[in-house]
Design a protein around this ligand. Sequence first.
Ligand code: ZN
Length: 200
Amino acid sequence: MLYYSGPVARLVDEFTKLPGIGPKTAQRLAFYVLNAPPELAQGLAKALVEVRHSIKRCTICCNLTDEDPCSICRDTSRNSKILCVVEEPRDVIAMEKARGYKGHYHVLHGAISPMEGISPEDLTIKELLKRIKSTEIEEVILAANSDIEGETTALYLARILKPLGVKVTRIAHGIPVGSDLEYADAMTLIKALEGRGEFG
Ligand code: ZN
């Protein structure tokens, strides 16, 4: 193992904290930054700080946004009586790209996973319940992924949402079992949405 001087070692160390980046890649990135024109490092540093300052959670749907409420929550042409519950902000992007959905969203920021110690309290379920109780919602579409965590989350949500008198549906299994929403192609997503069934 080579020894790097303090700042280089710190940069390598910071890169390894990112998902999917091992020590080798971290070193390669660090040396790339070192050898590139100074503007690259400045631009990167500025973008990193800015993204943390300007991006927050929408107080209505919990999606990430630079404006609160977000552009989807503000869009009056959308059907505010239908809520599509997804795990991650990237799932909203996948659904929007498919262009077949004109309701609103609620972003959970994860899925229930006893293995990883993620419980319902770690997700935005409290916000979801408050929203359903305080606004007129007719249908909640559970679009959590079709892996174990996603199914567990959908079951949990169906159980607590049904007593509120709201229609609860689950997207059809056009989505391959065990796969993430974000990797489904647009057509599959639209079909899954159209073929959704009432839960339980
Ligand atoms: Zn929003």
